[in-house]
Design a protein around this ligand. Sequence first.
Ligand code: DAU
Length: 301
Amino acid sequence: MTYAANRQSLSGIDPKRVDLVVGDICDYVLVNELVPQHDAVVHFAAETHNDNSLHDPRSFLNSNVVGTFELLEAVRHHEVRLHHISTDEVYGDLELDDPQRFTESTPYKPSSPYSASKASSDLLVKAWVRSFGIEATLSNCSNNYGPFQHVEKFIPRQITNILEGQRPKLYGNGANVRDWIHASDHSSAVQRILQAGEAGRTYLIGADGERNNRDVLGLILNLMGREADDFEWVADRAGHDLRYAIDSSVLREELGWAPQYTDLENGLEQTIAWYREHRSWWEPGKAQTEERYRVQLAAEV
Ligand code: DAU
């Protein structure tokens, strides 16, 4: 339950199906008590936000590297299956006109403290597979969007800015490309890998959703009835990765997975409606998030 968690996200779920244990994945004793009570561990826990990692990297090393180490030791000792969730950012970035996309064999080349910490965690998992024979799979996914996403992320930040009468904020020149996938599609891919993935393998998850930031913001402004230029340019992120692009053909061909959200505009329309209808979910954390951005921006000037 860090700043990025929200208890309201569990409110629609049958309490008989979920036990919420509030703890730290770096807590060896707690992790060793919980892991043997399960058939599998799906390791989503992480510090995830690049901007935060540039200003205060310590928590990224703790949660992403030490936390993964503790889980690995626990699944090793208790012989429990692990699925490790990771990011396409471990592969660094691509040029805008590069015809290639990331594949399972692209070399690691992370750029930020966040992506370096996730790359480290992936390497730990691969080492535990090879040296100790743990039963683990990995997945590296592209940029998620959809309901329940923290308002620090690009798409919900701009939607909620507009809902609050603030202007959206675009970094640099808006040309950076991200490969968008709906969070439901990410989840269905993880479920498929958990059911049918081969131990020791890495699967790349993506939905062919490459768009530059300016275009995505243009879609949001249009869907929310604003003028195309009704936003602010702000200082670029340090070390800002130019482009991510995923080739998910292994997952599609070997495991028969396919995304359901193939039209970004439809997905965005549904996401905008969700944020309009769920103000009580995001409003309490909005001011604090914008204050963090303000302080980070001031520190760079
Ligand atoms: O690629 C997968 C990764 O996607 C995940 O591993 C990360 O956890 C997740 O945060 C996301 O990383 P990004 O850095 O790409 O996401 P973010 O939402 O921070 O930014 C998306 C793009 O939008 C990026 O090029 C920076 C830009 N941006 C972001 C914000 C918050 C803006 O132009 N304005 C903004 O206000």
